[in-house]
Design a protein. Structure first.
Length: 148
């Protein structure tokens, strides 16, 4: 009768095995949006889009920026974290994830607010790329002027 479709089965990643109650928060930066799930009583595993944290962000400075809210609040290694991030570049994604983790930590324990806020992790960086204007090459770059 009809052809059978050959649909590949979804590969199961280690991030799929993390279950239980979690604290959920969203972080944004430029055009990057990160949804963060914080699982208390974890072993310190972090997965981003189903990929291990160290593989997704090979640059140390970005990894340190992401884990900064956990380090400052003395909660490093106490949570399993799964993150879905889309849009933007790696730097914008890292900042979006940091904001998401900081917000999720507050949902877990609101007493951490003064510590996290004093380091500036709860402030959403609202700077985005300025739009291109008509008659210009970029947002503010005018075409080259020739006198003769």
């Amino acid at each position: 009768m009809g052809k059978k479709l050959n649909i590949p089965e979804k590969k199961e990643s280690p991030a799929d095995k993390i279950t239980g109650k979690y604290h959920y928060a969203i972080g944004r930066r430029k055009s990057a949006i990160a949804t963060v799930r914080l699982y208390p009583k974890g072993s310190g595993q972090i997965f981003i889009n189903g990929i291990e944290f160290e593989t997704y962000f090979p640059i140390d400075s970005q990894r340190l920026a992401i884990t900064a809210p956990l380090t400052v609040s003395s909660n490093d290694g106490k949570f399993d974290i799964t993150i879905h991030v889309k849009g933007g570049g790696k730097a914008g994604q890292a900042d979006a994830i940091r904001l998401g983790i900081a917000r999720a930590l507050l949902l877990w324990q609101s007493e951490l607010r003064p510590i996290i806020k004093s380091h500036g992790f709860l402030t959403r960086d609202s700077r985005v790329k300025e739009r291109k204007k008509p008659g210009l090459k970029r947002a503010r770059r005018a075409p080259q002027f020739s006198k003769r």
